[in-house]
Write a protein that binds this ligand. Sequence first.
Ligand code: ZN
Length: 439
Amino acid sequence: MKYKTFCKLKRIAGVVTAAAVVSAFSYNSVLADDAPSVDDIEQQIAQIEQENEDRRNQLDAIEGEIGQTQDELDNVSGLLQNQKELVDYYNNLVYYKEIEIGDTETEIASLDEQITTVEGQIADAEKQVEKLEEENAANLEKFAEMVRAMYTHSDTDLFSILAGSDDFYEMSVGTEVLNNITEKNIEFMNKLKDDIDKLEQYKKDLGDKKQQLSDTQNEYIAKKDQLTQERDELAGLEDDSRAAVDSYQQDYDNYQSAIQQLEQQQSDISYLINVSDEEIAALEEEVKQLILAQQKPPETELQDGMDWMWPLTTNFHMITCYYGDDPDMNRFHRGMDIGDGGIYGSTVYSTKGGTVIIANGSYGWNGGYGEYVVVDHGGGYTSLYAHMSAVYVSEGQEVAQGEALGAVGDTGWATGPHLHFEIRINGEATDPLAYVSVP
Ligand SMILES: [Zn+2]
C-alpha cells in the first residue's frame, strides 16, 4: 500500500498512526458534551475522512487485484485457445490415421482373398497331380499285369512268345502285350509323366506366389500395427489436451468469478464512500449552522475599515496546505495551514477586530480542530484559528485587530504544529488568501 501525504500529516513530528487517531477520537467522544460542538463535528468529519481514505486505499488495492486477475484471465484464455486448437489438431491426425488403418485392413483382406484363391489353385493342382499319378499308376499296373501274365504263361522270353506262338491264347496274349507296349503307349506314359512334372512345377510356383502374398500381407499387418500404435499415441495426446482444456476452462471460470467478486466489492465500497461523503457534507452544513448561530446578524457592519491582518508574526509564512481541493486527502480543505519550523507556541493574532464567539480550550488535542477560536467580525464574516496549544481569550470577549488569541500548537487532528486559519462568510468557508497577504 502506498502512503499518501496530506496537509494535516505533512508535518509529522512523531509517528502517529491513523488507527491511534481514530481510537483517540472514539475516546474523546465519551468525554464530549451532550450538545455537539463545532469541534465534535469536525472530529467526526476527520474520522469519516480517514475511513474514506482507507476505503480509497482498499479500492486502489482491489483495482490492482482486478488488473492482475484480468492478466491471469487473459493468459489462461490464450492457453485455453491453444489447447482447443491442439485437441482439433490431434483429432484430425487420429482421423487420418484411422483412414490409413482402414486402407491397410482392406489391403490385408484383399491379400487374404488372393491367398485363398492361390490355395484353391494349389489344391486343384494337387488334385490334378493326384489324378495323373493315379492314371500313371493304373497304366503301370496294366503294364505290370501284362508282364506278370507273360511270365506266368511261359518261361520263354517275350520275343519268343511274340515270334513263335503255337497257341492262340498265348498268341492273343502276346499280341495284347505287344499292343500294350507300343511306342504310342510309351509316349502317352511319358506325356503323363511330363504333365505331372509341369503340374508339380505349377504347384511349386503357386506355393511361391502364396509365400509372396503372405509376406506382403505380413508387411501390411506390421504396418497396421505401427499405424495403430501411432493412432493410440495421438489419441493419448488428444486426451491430454482435452484434460488441459478442462483444467484451463476451470481456471478461466475461477478468474472470471474472482473478478466479478472484486467488482462487487468495489461497488460496495464506492457506495459506502458516497454515503460517507454525503454524511460529511451534512456535518459540514452543521458546522456552518453552529458558527452562524453564534454570529451577529450579517446585516451588521464589518468591523473597522482596516485590511485583514496576517494572523502570525511575519517570519512565519510557510503555507503547507492551501485552501481548496486536497487531492491527497480526497477532501476539501476549508482553510490554509501555516507551518514553519519553530512555529510551536508563537502567538496567534486576530486578523481583524470583532467578538470571540467560540473559544474552545477544553478538548485538548483529541478533537478535529483541537483548541480553537472563532472571531465574529460582523457583516457575516468570521475567522477561525485551530490546533492551538493555548487559548488566551474567552467567548463574548471583544478583540481588536492584532490582539493575541492564543498560541500555535498541534491539538486536534494535527500531527505537527501549525496554524489552521479559516475565513468564513455567513458560515461558508472561503479562501483566506483573498483577504490576507502572505508576508
Ligand atoms: Zn488545515
